[in-house]
Structures are given as C-alpha cells and as structure tokens.
Design a protein around this ligand. Sequence first.
Ligand code: CS2
Length: 483
Amino acid sequence: MPADMPRLKRPEGAPSPATGIVHLGLGAFYRAHGAIYIAEAMAGSGGDWGITGVSLMRPDQRDALKPQDFAYTAVELGPDGEKPAIITVIHDVLVAPENPDAVLAVMSAPSTKIVSLTVTEKGYCHEPSTGRLNAEHPDIRHDLENAAAPRSAIGFLTHALNRRRKAGIRPFTVLCCDNLPENGRLLRGLVLEFAGLLEDDLRRWIDTEATFPSTMVDRIVPATKPEDIERLAEKTGYLDQSPVMHEPFRQWVVEDNFVDGDRPDLKTVGVELVEDVTPFEHMKLRCLNGTHSSLAYLGYLAGHETIADTVADPLFAGFVKHLWDDEIVPVLKAPPGVDLKTYTDQLFDRYANPAIRHRTWQIAMDGSQKLPQRLLGTVAENLAAGRIPKGLILAIAAWMRYVGGTDEKGKPIDVRDPLSADLQALSAAARTPRDKVEALLSVRKIFPPSLADDAAFRTSLIEAYKGLVDKGARAMVKELPHA
Ligand code: CS2
C-alpha cells in the first residue's frame, strides 16, 4: 500500500442528523448490522437518528474512526465478490473510561430516544445459568457507589435513566442487540435489580416508564484482519483503518415496544417488528450460535482455522447437519411463517461461504457465557424427551477440553474467557477425565444443578471427554450417526 494513500473521509454533503441513538459497545457487529439498518431507515424516511457510539473499554475504535470523521466502509463478502459501501450514520464516538460524564450527558439528553447495546454476553455482569445480576461483580459494586462515573453497561443505563427521571425527561428505550435469550427481558431484570439496590422510586419509575424490547440479531461478521484493510485500500484507493466485513445475509427481529412509539422507520428496511421475539431468538441461538460454538470447539481441536474450513471437511458437514436434524430442530418450535429445514439449509450455505474467514478461535471465546443459551437448553430438552443428544454433548466435552488450555498436539491454547483462570485451574487440579468433567460441571454459573446432576448426561459427557483425549476430535465426530 503506498505511504501517501489518502484517508477515507466523510463524503461532502453526507447528512448529519442529531443524535437520537446512543450505542454502547461499538464493535464490528453493530457497525455491520444495526448501524446499517438505521442509516437506510433515515435515508428512506428521515428522522434524527444519528448515532453516538460509546466504547466502554478501549479507545481503539474512536482512534481509528475519528480521523475519518467516523465514516467507515462496510464490505459485503458475497459469491460475486466484495461490495464496499461507505456508512456515515455515526457522528461521534466516546470512550467511557476517559470521560464517563460525557457519556451520561448524551444518554440523558432529551433528544436521545434509544440506547442500544452490543456489549457481548459478559458485558451484562450476570450469571449465565440463572440470568440474575452478579452483585459481586467488581464493576457492579463500583457502579453502585459511583453514580457520576460508572464502568458497566448496567451502571450507565441505570444512572442515566435516573438523571432523566430527576430532570423530568421521558426515559429512553433500551434496545439490547446481544445474543442472549429474551435479551430485552433479561436486561430489564438486571437494570431493575441494580436500580432496586439504589432506590425504590427509581426502580418503580423504570419498571413502569421505560421499555426493553427483545431483539433477535443476525449477520456473520468476522473480525477485520490487517489483510482486509490492505485489500480494501487497493480496491478503493483510500485507506480505511476500521472497515467491517460481513456476509450478505442479515436479519433483525424486534419487539415493537418503544417508549412513546419513538423509533426509526425500521419496517421499510426489512426489520421484522413482532409482538413476541422469543421463538425467533430460540431458533437463532440454538440453530446458528449453538452449532457455531460446536464447530468452533471441535473444529479448533481438529486443526481447522475457520468455520468455512471446518464445514468444507465432509465429516464436519455431516456432523452439523446431524446436529440440526436430529438434536436441535426436534425440540424447537418454529416461529410463525418459518420452515426450519429451509432455515438450516440456508445456514449451511452461510457457513460454507469461503469469503468469510471466521476463525474458530474467535467464536470459541467466552464459552462460559455462551454455553447455557446456545447448547445447554437444547441438551436438557432432549434429555427430558428421553433422548441423549450425543453430538451436542460431544461439543460440550470439546469445550471442556478447550478450556483445559492444551490442544491435541500438546500446544497451549490462548483461551479467552472471563472465567478462564478458574476453569483452567479446576481442570488442572483434577487427575482423571472423569474428575475433570465433574470439576467443570460443578461450576454453577454455567451448569444448573438439574442438568449437572442428570446421570445419563454425566455418563455420556465423561465418555465423550475420554474419547477426545484418547482418540481426538475428528475420530469422535466420525463415530456419530450421519457424520
Ligand atoms: C458467533 C456470533 O462469535 C460468535 O460467538 O457465534 O458472533 C455469530 O456470528 C452471530 O451471532 C451471527 O449472527
């Protein structure tokens, strides 16, 4: 790339609407999904729905985007090549630790109508197995004492809502866009729990006045790699330090429950506005994210770098179809108007897209926060129906092997998980495969007792884990039906 390559700039005449939305957690996913829908809704129907992004931890996004006036390129990676589009809907990015007051100020401005979030599963400071607030979490403890300088998403939401209440301003709608079951209801529960620890009146006000619509979000957005930046520069002739790469497919299902009905015109840009998101969320979390995690742990152990590489291996292609046909779909209720066979066939094609280099290692991150909603519910429902879902159980065993921190060649694995130190220590302290499985099953933040104590589940999990140690991931996948 030539050293004097011009930097991407906000195009002349791009509209600059006032901030109507504050988004917490400005990662690649939101910039390739929600932000694009909002930009299209405004282009078609107008409205002041400009976005102020907030990074809760690091300054990287702001530092990359600011010299570009917060414009960035979204690159669609489809079968007929790469299609870049310049997105200009974000007009400021704040870095919360640098100036938490500025974040609270924009969240409590009367023009802000929606606060949306993609802070990842661990950003909710909750217990994945129960959905309750982890009141012992250091950020939660800090935020209960520091109304003017919170750290967590829950702290920012509640303290900003409190500022609005005290100033006589209507609350904003809280729009959760993370892959959590009934994400709006869950987040509402967490905010109410936190508010209740502060002040009963605040809790009551949020309970009656604010809304937390649940959403189902879907688009595969692998992390941008340095070579993506280079390739894009060569193609476009400008340097974008923070483009996002995404597949053509997208879906957003949203409960139409906004404070005072105030929202962008989402319907005209393909957002499905429904009364109950739950069946859509279950379908997506279990069919997509559940198999994504299964392929990530088993694929990683088998030496595959990406999801596309993993399903290009016929053994794993058979495995994932077996998971859908025999273990996941039989215990799933289809959302209205959806044929699950068509849905999972399409999922397979999405995984197989060779342009999407989505690393198994990336998806393997934060498994302790993902397992319950992605895999454990489906396993429990199979067991209740008298079936042992051996494929999903093998995936859980692969997660256990993965968090042990050593791969099949004896090399260390870079395990990224908020519980990684505890999980690795538990695994290391146990001697036999049985002891290791039992030690990890005792982690109550992940495994509810009803599942951990199920004898058939335990036996099958120990068998699977032993098999992974003795024979390896590929051989174990091979032993399953259909594979
Ligand atoms: C993936 C998701 O990283 C992961 O855990 O399973 O990010 C997945 O790509 C998206 O949910 C797709 O909508």
